[in-house]
Every structure is written in C-alpha cells, then in structure tokens.
Write a protein that binds this ligand. Structure first.
Ligand SMILES: [Zn+2]
Length: 126
C-alpha cells in the first residue's frame, strides 16, 4: 500500500467512477485514484483529464515560477542536425544518417554514432 502513488489532480475524486468508490456501506466516498504507476504527466496523473485539470489550475503559476518564455527561440543551422535511419537502404546494409533540418544536408553516420546519445554534430546547447 505504501508504494502506491496518488493522482495529483485537484479534481480526481470528482470523477464518479466505480473504481474511485471506497469505504464501507453507508460510509462510501469517491476518492483520488491510487496506483503503483500512472501513464500521464510523467507518472503523476491517472488520466489526460486529470492532467488537464492540474494544468488549468496550476499551469500559469508553474510557468511563472520556472520562467515564462518572453522571446522566440530559434533553431539554427548549427543546431538542426537530427539522426535518422535511411529507410531506402537495404535491410542488410542499413544506413544511418545525420540530416540537417534546415539545410537538408545529409552526412553518413556509423551505427555506433547513431546509438551514442552523446554523439552530436550540433554545436550549441539550445
Ligand atoms: Zn486522477
């Protein structure tokens, strides 16, 4: 019981589903869902509705707390490289490529480079 998590929605208990009814006869209540894991919102919410309810109540506060985006971010050529599998290649000789999302330039990658999360052609951190 102690490993179970509670849905973080402020309204979870307001959804009247059978699985939320707890308690003995004459003393029943709808309660916040409790599970070993949840699929929504990084494992914090039992449903998309509950995730949306949380955001509607706390989203602006959270954005203001962590910093509101006040100017457009820009993806530049230096940072637009993305790894891809070249599906036009034969199954036996699968080609891995780096494709620049802005210039469309392609460069070959080894399988090891493709799988290495630290390997990148991007040169800035954003
Ligand atoms: Zn919920």
């Amino acid at each position: 019981m102690s490993d179970l998590k509670l849905c973080q929605s402020p309204k979870c208990h307001l959804y009247k589903t059978q699985d939320r009814i707890k308690g003995t006869k004459g003393n029943k209540t709808y309660q916040t869902r409790r599970r070993s894991s949840f699929y929504y919102g990084n494992g914090n919410f039992c449903s998309l509705n509950c995730q949306n309810d949380w955001f509607n109540k706390y989203g602006d506060l959270a954005i203001d707390h962590f910093g509101r985006t006040t100017e457009a971010k820009r993806l530049t050529e230096e940072n637009a490289w993305g790894k891809q599998i070249d599906w036009s290649s034969d199954y036996d000789s699968t080609r891995y490529i780096y494709v620049n999302g802005i210039t469309k330039e392609q460069r070959p990658l080894t399988r090891e480079q493709y799988q290495d999360n630290n390997y990148t052609l991007n040169t800035s951190l954003d």
